[in-house]
Design a protein around this ligand. Structure first.
Ligand SMILES: C[S@@+](CC[C@H](N)C(=O)[O-])C[C@H]1O[C@@H](n2cnc3c(N)ncnc32)[C@H](O)[C@@H]1O
Length: 293
């Protein structure tokens, strides 16, 4: 039987997460924006290896607890191992979130890069809301892919030599219309939360702009270069015919697909650890309050 896809992507998840937020920004969010001063019970939808728990628990009042939900057995085994070494109360539930029944007992339901992967995000957002007690919060850290794609600058090249935003915009929209899975969900979540009755809705943008430059400290440079590469930036596009056929199947014209292939090939050949690059992931962090009365 094939291995569950996300269980094969632990390395990718580990490498890409450091590109999103500075730790001081997450501290600002928890302490200055959310103003969490008493222990909270958190539930993390699609927790993976527990990334959000690892980031948030050290910032939350002592006595806060974390429950991670995910389908991936290997991801959860990794999470259990990581949390076993830490002084936090954490538990993990393996299962399909579409089927899981949850008690209404959490103060904060969170997710990170999860809602974009479900075909019915409003139903799952409702499920997040339903498991939060009155006065609690829901917070979704989700991408806005086209915003992300626009936020690479590689010195020496015009952006259009590497990425055709018009084509990507069209493909993301067609993919979402076909599957319901929406890589641009980040910027829509404030409206979805409003439709589902949340109050005090706010949306923030991830703060981190990664800067790669030749004279930066060597270890830092290699880590950033490695994180970018392992996140898939500047991947070689592989076989031309297969690549083009796949893009045409998603809605590109043959000409658009050819240009995209040439751009990705050029990028894969030009980008190296001595490049000057800036990149901002542009994750959207949307949160609101659950008020039933
Ligand atoms: C991109 S990963 C994000 C993981 C983690 N939140 C992070 O940011 O590192 C998406 C996660 O959602 C989980 N997932 C997707 N659909 C799911 C479902 N129906 N039930 C449970 N987990 C699901 C996957 O197993 C995967 O771990």
């Amino acid at each position: 039987m094939d291995e569950y896809y996300w269980d094969t992507r632990i390395e990718y998840l580990r490498n890409s997460r450091d590109l999103f937020y500075n730790d001081d920004y997450l501290e600002f969010l928890v302490k200055m924006v959310w103003k969490i001063e008493a222990p909270v019970h958190i539930v993390d939808f699609g927790c993976g290896y527990g990334y959000l728990g690892l980031k948030l628990l050290p910032l939350l009042p002592q006595g806060s607890t974390y429950t991670g939900l995910d389908l991936g057995n290997k991801l959860l085994a990794e999470a259990r191992q990581l949390f076993a070494r830490l002084p936090y109360e954490a538990s993990f539930i393996q299962g399909d979130i579409q089927q899981l029944q949850l008690d209404r007992k959490y103060d904060l339901a969170v997710c990170h890069a999860f809602l974009l992967h479900v075909s019915n995000p409003l139903d799952i957002l409702q499920k997040m809301i339903d498991c939060v007690t009155d006065g609690g919060k829901v917070a979704a850290f989700e991408p806005h892919w086209i915003g992300n794609a626009a936020n690479f600058y590689l010195h020496g090249f015009e952006q259009s030599q590497h990425v055709q935003l018009g084509l990507l915009q069209k493909l993301y929209e067609l993919d979402a219309a076909r599957s319901g899975k929406d890589g641009n969900i980040g910027l829509k979540l404030p409206l979805y939360m409003s439709q589902l009755g949340l109050t005090e809705i706010q949306c923030r943008v991830s703060d981190k702009v990664n800067v790669l430059y030749p004279r930066m400290e060597q270890e830092e440079k290699h880590k950033l270069y490695d994180d970018l590469r392992k996140s898939g930036y500047a991947d070689a596009p592989g076989d031309r015919e297969i690549f083009i056929d796949q893009l045409i199947a998603r809605g590109a014209t043959p000409e658009e697909a050819g240009v995209q292939y040439d751009n990705e090939l050029l990028l894969s050949q030009q980008f190296n650890s001595e490049s000057l690059l800036t990149y901002a992931a542009n994750m959207k962090i949307t949160f609101g309050k659950v008020e039933r009365s």
